[in-house]
Design a protein around this ligand. Structure first.
Ligand SMILES: [Zn+2]
Length: 316
């Protein structure tokens, strides 16, 4: 409302974004690679994000890119911690669309998590789409559809994931990429894949969007382009997903999380890939969140703190 940019155009719609809050009521720590993590501070980053989004007054919704509570959260506190973070999101004056990440699934089963975060569910899967205005559609993918975490051990999807990991990763610790080369380093237990049903659904959604002349923004916890992410954070079958996306011209940008340092690329088909910087890695008093202004010919991410602003102009 009344937000005019340098180009003199008003966005068609705008929405808030944040990723990898990974809150836990535990002392600060470090990632496997030694990067500091501020488990208690991250919920304050979220609090400031919601305050900022509310003060802007022109955001129609917000998207959380997953991993709201850290895997180190003591298990007897998982439910309360997820509820605590979810209620912070509820202080936003608009709808919040969540997606699940590996850390969410270390804490709670899909059965508990999905209703708690009001994620539309299809047989326990967490993929869905919605259309904020007639000309645009957001497609939210479930990157842990085929995964060794989150499903019961004897579930066909867990078994398929374990078969893939056994075939692709010879290490006894399936979270270790030791000995794996280049892009093969994505075959780690903390990643996952998009299953056949979901691939079919995605194809259908993109065909439908094309028919309706809608532009599409894809959201997935796991990054979909090697140019925007390290190999160790990519979706297992990012290539299959991108093959479907590239069949159509409707997808303009893919947003992700999971890779905490963030990233940006434009792929060979002109699709923008923006991986969002994690709230968890913000030292006290610093921030990482933002909002996205969507136009007919471009998308502008306006970042706060460690989240960099990115202007994504579409191929004409
Ligand atoms: Zn993650």
């Amino acid at each position: 409302m009344g937000l005019i940019t340098a180009q003199g155009k008003q966005p068609l719609f705008s929405f808030g974004v944040v990723s990898d809050v990974q809150y836990a009521d535990i002392p600060d720590g470090r990632s496997f690679l030694g990067v500091p993590r501020y488990y208690r501070h991250s919920i304050l980053v979220l609090e400031r994000a919601v305050q900022r989004w509310n003060s802007l007054q022109h955001l129609s919704f917000a998207v959380n890119f997953g991993d709201i509570v850290d895997g180190f959260c003591p298990k007897d506190q998982s439910l309360d911690s997820v509820k605590k973070v979810a209620s912070k999101f509820e202080e936003f004056n608009g709808s919040v669309y969540h997606m699940i990440g590996n850390h969410c699934l270390y804490n709670l089963s899909r059965e508990t998590l999905l209703p708690l975060l009001k994620i539309p569910s299809n047989d326990g899967c967490a993929y869905y789409d919605f259309s904020p205005i007639p000309g645009y559609r957001l497609v939210v993918l479930d990157g842990y559809d085929i995964s060794a975490i989150g499903w019961p051990e004897d579930h066909p999807k867990s078994m398929e994931a374990m078969r893939i990991l056994k075939e692709k990763n010879p290490n006894s610790d399936k979270n270790s990429p030791v000995g794996l080369e280049d892009l093969e380093r994505r075959f780690l237990m903390f990643n996952g894949g998009v299953g056949k049903e979901q691939l079919k659904w995605l194809d259908h959604a993109l065909q439908n969007a094309t028919d309706k002349k809608q532009k599409v923004i894809i959201c997935c916890h796991l990054p979909l382009d090697p140019g925007a992410s390290s190999s160790e954070a990519l979706l297992w079958n990012y290539n299959e997903v991108m093959d479907i996306i590239h069949k159509y011209k409707c997808v303009k940008a893919c947003f992700g999380g999971h890779e905490h340092k963030g990233g940006y690329s434009i792929d060979s088909h002109g699709v923008h890939h923006r991986v969002l910087e994690a709230a968890l890695e913000c030292p006290p008093y610093s921030d990482a969140f933002g909002y996205i202004d969507v136009y007919d010919d471009r998308i502008s991410l306006v970042g706060t703190g460690r989240m960099k602003s990115t202007d994504m102009v579409f191929d004409s």
